[in-house]
Design a binder for this molecule. Structure first.
Ligand code: GLC
Length: 801
């Protein structure tokens, strides 16, 4: 069953049937101010931090679904009938409403009672101002008298003060109205003010939420909207809202456009916003937003025989990956701001995947992670970047409730809380950044360590590799510590196969970098270490038909033929292949086992059979319900690892089978099962052992976005930047005849046409760049345009694997 369709021409997903099973969200903003909104305008806005600086309030996990939001109510003054443009909260018959999710904006459309209305929410490009662009048209054939009420509820800024501890915040927030501007403040804060205003003088206002809504009512039927009368409320103390009233009459066919601005700053800032954002300027801002995304999407465009893949790579998958890098992970309907800062491993992986479209932000993320590395060589699992900034930026929010500030020694957690994989991702992310940008000098930049002291980026990376070399268990495999990539695999001193494979992968990447930089001594020292790790992995971790997942502290194998539960695991088998630890025969065998035990029509499950008996030697994963999350769900993030592994093995049809099963765009007609939005990868899809098999959960904020993009572009389509040239080494289904990729790289544009006359799955027969035979695409003077012809086939080979 479908609820909507992809409108790729306008780069929108259109929700035609508005009562989707769960919230379908989207993000607005490209800088400090950002918001997450669903298909009914439920959602919230933040500025800078979802922990400390929430602009509007959200009542998470609530009933009715996901509110409040940034609503516009319309009222027919003759009949008294009223509705909201975004369907909810009033909830008139659903067939009158639709929604368009675009890149950095949301549009709500309705056609009710003879009035067509469209409400667009987006954020101005250079300033923290959210623009509400409302357009109305009278289609009724009669004169109409209408009232328009924009409404949002202000937040007490800090997530705890907003949701739990009201004893100060309720009496520290105030509002007033002056010259058409609502000013809201948290009196004790430095960055305290927000404003709400319109492009014209309002006919009424309310700053107090409870005056606007009225007692024993909800956002569904506010007293002010029902009666058409605002009470002009404001006060020092209480819960506050941004609510205005505009009255207008529309002749038959007449149109009106109303603009509202919700921004950071006091009443004076509100007045400035009102002067600045004329309708023409708002149009200009909207065009700039489109140009912002044009620029990013233009870095890589594909034309392949797979429409789902085209939609993903050309639009939604890159968008989702960018959202993760720009905004990090803690602003959604699921993670509502209660955790601080950046997660080490997630951020490192996100930043690895899109340096081509966002080199600046990826670099910034890498620097933040490098500064949060301990001298010992592990990363701080969760940290606030500002803790380690040399300029020592203070968090402007100061809690009026006395909450002791922890000393630095407590911010830097010990090895007990270290995750064995966290920093290993960073090695490959830094190398990937240099492959993309050619910025070799980054490696010599001097940065601090979390507890103090400093060293070059290069030294940081060596400490990470050395840490994992030291942290091995009784079998010579890396310890699992608090967790590895799988948060729920808690092996402590037990050993994690995945971490040893990741270690090997990081070593390989580092050695390639050291060789490129001519640092031969390091290259050979770490090459030697890599060989030791490889040998150890092959000796200890091979189980006969797949690789073990690990070994418990009391020396029991995890993921072995004799196990009744948790027999085969995706993480270890995919990484055995990606890292190059597996021999080709082992790789093929292991990935065949992955296909046999883990494949479902919705993607690959993390492990099978699921755990049903608690085993604390293995960890929390054994206490998770079968089929959910880390216990045998189709956890999306590792799925692309399987595509990379299959691409390395040269099995393009198998890789594409895995790709297609997970591909959200290909699930658009199965929403009764998937439930979640088909324009976003979700953290997981419920696995086979659960009654809700196929249901997807937790959109947008997931490592599957970046990894899907990275795996599909670099390993399936095979376009991979390297230090001194672009590798083209696709791995595709045999029936693909051709595909084209336009890729920007180091300031030039490469138009790469790949043809497959012999119907192979892998292997480049010949490659030319502007007619000249090449092994790799050359780095060209900035501004060049290069046409590459790549012919796949069995005869000549020639590409790097
Ligand atoms: C969540 C976490 C991520 C972890 C994964 C598997 O997605 O954000 O860090 O790797 O779960 O446990």
């Amino acid at each position: 069953m479908q609820y909507g369709h992809f409108d790729n021409k306008h780069r929108e997903y259109v929700i035609d049937r508005i009562d989707v099973p769960v919230s379908w969200t989207n993000y607005i903003g490209t800088g400090e101010m950002m918001g997450v909104f669903n298909h009914t305008a439920g959602g919230y806005l933040i500025c800078g931090s979802s922990e400390y600086h929430r602009v509007t309030r959200f009542r998470p996990n609530g009933v009715p679904m996901d509110g409040p939001g940034h609503y516009v109510y319309l009222r027919d003054n003759q009949s008294g009938d009223f509705w909201s443009v975004s369907w909810q909260p009033v909830g008139k018959p659903k067939e009158h409403f639709s929604c368009r999710h675009g890149l950095g904006y949301v549009k709500y459309l309705c056609d009710y009672g003879g009035i067509s209305a469209e409400q667009t929410l987006f954020v101005a490009m250079d300033e923290p101002v959210e623009i509400w662009d409302l357009r109305l048209r009278n289609d009724s054939g009669q004169m109409r008298s209408l009232s328009v009420f924009p409404y949002a509820e202000f937040s007490f800024h800090q997530v705890d003060m907003d949701n739990r501890n009201f004893q100060m915040s309720l009496y520290a927030a105030g509002s007033r109205f002056e010259k058409g501007v609502i000013e809201y403040e948290l009196h004790y804060e430095e960055d305290s003010f927000q404003f709400f205003t319109a492009d014209r003088e309002p006919d009424g206002f309310d700053c107090l939420r409870d005056s606007f809504i009225g007692p024993y009512r909800t956002e569904r039927n506010p007293i002010a909207v029902e009666s058409g009368e605002m009470s002009g409320s404001f006060e020092k103390g209480g819960n506050h809202c941004a609510a205005l009233k505009q009255s207008l009459t529309l002749a038959p066919g007449e149109e009106a456009r109303l603009l509202f601005f919700l921004g950071e700053g006091d009443a004076a800032a509100g007045l400035r916003a009102r002067d600045t954002y004329s309708p023409a300027r708002v149009d200009e801002e909207f065009r700039r937003l489109a140009a912002f995304w044009d620029e990013k999407l233009g870095c890589l465009q594909v034309q392949t025989p797979n429409e789902g893949m085209n939609t993903e790579l050309n639009l939604w998958n890159l968008y989702q990956s960018e959202i993760n890098v720009m905004f990090s992970r803690f602003t959604s309907f699921i993670e509502v701001g209660g955790r601080v800062g950046l997660g080490y491993r997630d951020t490192a992986q996100d930043a690895m995947t899109i340096p081509h479209s966002n080199p600046k932000k990826c670099r910034e993320r890498l620097v933040q992670l490098l500064r949060a590395l301990t001298q010992e060589g592990y990363g701080l699992h969760l940290f606030e970047p500002r803790w380690f900034e040399p300029e020592g930026r203070e968090q402007s929010f100061k809690s009026p409730t006395v909450v002791p500030t922890p000393p630095r020694s407590q911010i830097v957690h010990g090895i007990r809380d270290a995750c064995a994989d966290d920093a290993l991702w960073l090695v490959s992310a830094v190398v990937q950044y240099i492959r993309e940008t050619g910025e070799d000098g980054f490696i010599d930049e001097v940065l601090c360590y979390a507890e103090g002291g400093e060293g070059s980026v290069y030294e940081h990376l060596k400490r990470i590799l050395d840490f994992s070399a030291r942290q091995v268990g009784q079998n010579g495999i890396c310890k699992g510590l608090r967790a590895d990539w799988n948060d729920c695999l808690n092996l402590g001193g037990g050993e994690s196969a995945m971490v040893s494979f990741l270690h090997l992968w990081a070593l390989e990447n580092f050695c390639a970098l050291a060789e490129h930089l001519g640092r031969r001594e390091d290259a050979s020292r770490y090459r030697e270490l890599a060989e030791q790790v490889r040998t150890r992995c092959r000796e200890v971790l091979w189980d006969g038909a797949w690789f073990l997942r690990g070994i418990t502290a009391d020396n029991r194998k995890i993921g072995t033929e004799t196990d009744a539960e948790g027999k085969v695991h995706m993480e270890s088998n995919t990484w055995a292949v990606i890292s190059g630890a597996a021999t080709p025969e082992q790789g093929i065998r292991a990935m065949d086992s992955v296909d046999e035990y883990l494949f479902t029509e919705y993607g690959l499950m993390l492990n099978a059979p699921c755990y049903t008996k608690a085993d604390d030697g293995i960890g929390f994963v054994t206490r998770v319900y079968p089929g959910l999350k880390e216990n045998g769900a189709i956890f999306s993030h590792p799925n692309p690892w399987a595509w990379v592994a299959e691409a390395k093995l040269g099995r393009g049809s198998r890789a594409m089978k895995f790709y297609n099963a997970l591909c959200p765009a290909l699930q658009n007609d199965r929403i009764e099962i998937r439930q979640a939005e088909p324009y976003s990868y979700c953290q997981f899809v419920v696995g086979r052992d659960h009654s809700a098999f196929g249901r997807a959960r937790h959109p947008f904020m997931t490592g599957s976005a970046g990894w899907s993009y990275f795996a599909a572009t670099q390993y399936l389509l095979g376009i991979r930047p390297d230090f001194d040239g672009m590798i083209v080494d696709p791995c595709i289904p045999a029936e693909w005849k051709e595909f084209t990729v336009v890729r920007r790289w180091r300031g030039s544009t490469y138009r790469i046409h790949v043809s497959n006359p012999d119907g192979v799955e892998k292997g480049v027969r010949s490659m030319t760049a502007d007619g000249i035979r090449v092994e790799r695409l050359p780095i060209l003077p900035v501004g060049s345009k290069c046409r590459a012809e790549v012919v796949l086939g069995t005869e000549e080979g020639g590409a790097d694997r």
